[in-house]
Ligand binder design. Structure first.
Ligand code: FE2
Ligand code: FE2
Length: 358
């Protein structure tokens, strides 16, 4: 995976250096998969949809979008204290997550070159966009005197193996949730321009359309494989991935509520809006979705976030490791219990809407 990154792309993604934050369950992961399995997928059931998405990707709407304008050329020292710390944290997480997508797509493109040229081209176009996103975020970090060394991050991070089916479910969701995350910040700042303290936010409207197109591509992959939506196992997997993505989102957003406050957004409200919209969007691809309007849904997710906050506090306390281990146990139990209860809540059969959904 490491060797396949073109040197020109490495150069654009390597400014000054900041050591990455400590890897936890919530930091963006780097993935690898069964490349032969992806190459052998039969996409004929979605041939027309695939061609339409390919046309969109080839059009490259954002070719000239990620160019830093004059607004960036000033000192950002006036953004200080908690706002600065929270914003840098936001930039770092976003950059790592975009770069993680770049690596997976670039590797898929490389491995599928001979066996499946059309998919190889598609993944190359996706990698093109994610490299732009990660590079743009890394330049923003440089404005604050810090940048991630993405090359060494590539080598040091551990890679998690996901079979192609899991990659399709999770990447579809992460692209669509990415779309909603960016567009909702954009809508908010359009109404409250006084909170737009850095020009990066001006780029979100077009940026999120890249993520939307990436999600549409993964929807084509998902719907082309009937075993990913036409049976009870698929319904259980779909709900499992929706829940894990939504729980991770809740934990990370509420843990970083300072950043959202700094741009005038209520973290709880934002989290709920992102999840409800992503769940609704997933109805067009997944066989089953979650009932986010159930009265227990968000309270239970937020209980997980509170328990996660306790775990973070224990981890950073100055106690012996074995004491920490015992202190953590009840909070881990809270998360496991709440997740189980959430998983067992009534779900919504998305296939029953199929003929009425575009
Ligand atoms: Fe992206
Ligand atoms: Fe993306």
């Amino acid at each position: 995976m490491v060797n396949s990154i073109a040197s020109s792309e490495q150069a654009t993604l390597r400014p000054k250096i900041k050591p990455p934050v400590q890897e936890t369950l919530l930091t963006p992961r780097f993935y690898t998969t069964d490349f032969d399995g992806v190459a052998q997928m039969d996409l004929s059931g979605q041939a027309a949809e695939l061609e339409a998405v390919m046309t969109e990707l080839r059009t490259d709407y954002n070719r000239y979008h990620f160019v830093r304008n004059q607004e960036f050329k000033q000192s950002w020292d006036h953004i200080d204290g908690e706002t600065r710390r929270a914003f840098i944290d936001f930039l770092e997480r976003s950059c790592t997550s975009e770069f993680s997508g770049f690596l997976l797509f670039k590797e898929l493109s490389h491995r599928l070159k001979d066996s499946n040229p059309l998919l190889s081209e598609a993944f190359n176009l996706l990698a093109r966009d994610e490299a732009r996103h990660a590079g743009f975020l890394n330049k923003a970090m440089a404005d604050f005197g810090l940048s991630l060394d993405l090359t060494s991050l590539t080598k040091k991070r551990s890679y998690t193996f996901f079979p192609p089916e899991w990659v399709i479910y999770t990447v579809y969701l992460s692209e669509k949730i990415g779309y909603w995350r960016y567009i909702l910040v954009h809508y908010h700042l359009k109404q409250h321009p006084e909170n737009r303290f850095y020009p990066l936010f001006n780029y979100f409207e077009n940026w999120c359309q890249d993520e939307n197109r990436h999600g549409d591509f993964f929807k084509v992959l998902l719907r082309s494989q009937p075993n990913l939506w036409n049976n009870w196992k698929a319904r259980l997997w779909a709900r499992f991935f929706l829940l894990t993505v939504f729980a991770t989102h809740t934990l990370t957003v509420l843990e970083r509520s300072d950043f959202y406050e700094s741009i005038g957004i209520d973290a709880h409200e934002y989290n709920q809006q992102v999840i409800q919209n992503t769940n609704e969007t997933a109805k067009s691809a997944f066989p089953s979705i979650l009932d986010t309007n159930h009265p227990e849904f968000f309270p239970r997710l937020e209980q997980c976030a509170i328990a996660n906050q306790k775990l973070t506090e224990i981890a950073s306390s100055k106690t012996f490791a074995f004491v920490k281990w015992f202190q953590k146990l009840p909070w881990i139990a809270v998360i496991v219990w709440q997740m189980l209860r959430l998983y067992l809540l009534p779900s919504i059969n998305a296939e029953s809407f199929r003929n009425t959904i575009n």
